[in-house]
Design a protein around this ligand. Structure first.
Ligand SMILES: NC(=O)c1ccc[n+]([C@@H]2O[C@H](COP(=O)([O-])OP(=O)(O)OC[C@H]3O[C@@H](n4cnc5c(N)ncnc54)[C@H](O)[C@@H]3O)[C@@H](O)[C@H]2O)c1
Ligand SMILES: [Fe+2]
Length: 403
């Protein structure tokens, strides 16, 4: 366990209802919460088309709660998109905002809630604890097993002009209620199962090695690692298994709690410019970077990775502490292959000439870079990005030689 040199704190969602079909308890939970007569349901078009928002509206109507739906939340939302949604809601009053979807929808819902009660633009909220007042109470219902956003005080927005993603952190973003129903994740397509699952394990691993790790975040991180490492590959191959989906959803929630306690680090800092500039899905960017950043950190974290190997159930396969740590990194690489995530930035249009500006953008994500157990210079960040550009550059060079 980490022995923190500083004080630490932990805060999460107010109440969590979990288990298969727990969504059916939403109406009871809301009608038992007092003055709730009108709610806003926030979703993406995909979730709306699946009929889930209609199901929720019908369930609430039976308890005399009226609802409106606002769909069309974009993936990895931009500040302009969030403000457009806020303008659509206008001055209309709702007692509760219910966000149902992946991290993009949950983050959007959190921000819409505080935009309604604070006279601020999204841009003025960027940073830590810059939101003065509580928002409209929120209920968050994840449909991916990835971000853990349902239990974090964070919301991530894309700044289109700057080609960056950035964090807004405030205790006012925490929801009053979370519904953790694995049935909602049964239909998650394979590529999303892979990417979001790798995001979740990245949260757990980065929180565990973060310089801000503490006994509370460690406990959450190790349980997250245990659950996800047992289910990430099975849930990819057998998405209709409620057991595997349950483990992933719980694992991703614990990953969110871990990151809420101690923060992510260099993997996330380096993933943000890849998302902001090349639209690489958040989980895919993390999955590509994770083994390389862990290898870079190795001399500072091998003792922690030995414990991670224990949580993954692979420690006995190795002969020594360092070997156990190395096994963790090779296991992550095996997962990305099995989950069909390319270890190749060029597949997303990144060129060698883009690396210096990506590196300087990642270096400037100090909120996360400062959590990394081993400081990274821009040159070291560049070297890690370049490890993800290998084959085709080699092939290109060979062609040059043969000309
Ligand atoms: N707030 C936090 O603590 C936190 C942590 C990590 C990441 N994030 C952010 O969350 C966003 C990513 O969220 P995500 O990875 O969950 O993906 P996402 O929300 O962007 O969703 C990806 C796609 O999956 C679809 N989808 C979601 N659930 C589905 C289901 N059950 N069946 C079929 N399709 C479904 C969505 O409609 C969307 O098209 C990024 O912006 C990332 O930066 C936030
Ligand atoms: Fe993440």
């Amino acid at each position: 366990m980490s022995k923190p040199a500083r004080n630490y704190q932990f805060q999460t969602a107010g109440r969590i209802i979990a288990g298969p079909h727990s969504l059916q308890n939403l109406g009871d939970a809301l009608s038992g919460a007092g003055q709730v007569s009108r709610v806003l349901i926030v979703a993406s078009d995909t979730i709306r088309k699946h009929g889930i928002t209609d199901e929720i509206a019908a369930q609430l109507a039976q308890r005399g709660i009226a609802s409106e739906v606002i769909g069309g939340v974009m993936r990895e939302p931009t500040e302009d998109h969030i403000e457009d949604l806020a303008n659509q809601i206008g001055e209309e009053h709702f007692d509760v905002y219910i966000g149902i979807g992946g991290g993009s929808v949950l983050d959007a819902t959190k921000l819409l809630s505080v935009l309604r009660t604070n006279r601020l633009r999204v841009r003025e909220m960027i940073g830590t604890e810059l939101i003065p007042s509580e928002g409209i109470p929120t209920v968050l219902i994840p449909t991916t097993s990835g971000t853990g956003s349902e239990v974090t005080p964070n919301a991530i927005v894309t700044l289109a002009k700057e080609e960056l993603k950035i964090g807004i952190i405030s205790r006012h973003l925490l929801p009053k209620l979370v519904v953790l129903d694995p049935v909602l994740t049964l239909g998650l397509p394979k590529h999303l199962t892979a990417a979001t699952g790798m995001d979740a394990i990245t949260h757990a691993l980065e929180s565990y090695i973060s310089v801000k790790a503490n006994p509370i975040s460690d406990m959450m991180a190790l349980e997250s690692i245990r659950l996800i490492s047992g289910s990430i590959v099975p849930s990819f191959h057998n998405g209709s298994s409620i057991e595997e989906r349950s483990a992933m959803l719980l694992g991703s929630m614990f990953g969110g709690m871990a990151l809420a306690g101690s923060g992510t680090a260099a993997v996330h800092a380096m993933a943000y410019p890849l998302g902001g500039r090349f639209n690489i899905p958040h989980g895919v960017a993390n999955a590509m970077l994770l083994p390389h950043v862990m290898a870079f950190n190795m001399d500072r974290i091998w003792d922690k990775l030995e414990i991670v190997a224990g949580a993954m159930g692979i420690a006995r396969e190795s002969g020594s502490s360092v070997a156990a740590a190395e096994l963790v990194i090779s296991r992550i690489e095996e997962w990305t292959k099995e989950l069909e995530i390319p270890q190749d930035l060029m597949a997303y249009g990144v060129q060698s000439t883009d690396i210096p500006s990506l590196s300087s953008a990642a270096f400037n994500v100090r909120r996360l870079m400062d959590n990394n157990p081993k400081p990274m210079s821009t040159e070291q960040i560049e070297a890690v990005y370049r490890e993800l550009l290998p084959q085709r550059e080699t092939a290109y060079n060979k062609d040059e030689v043969s000309l």
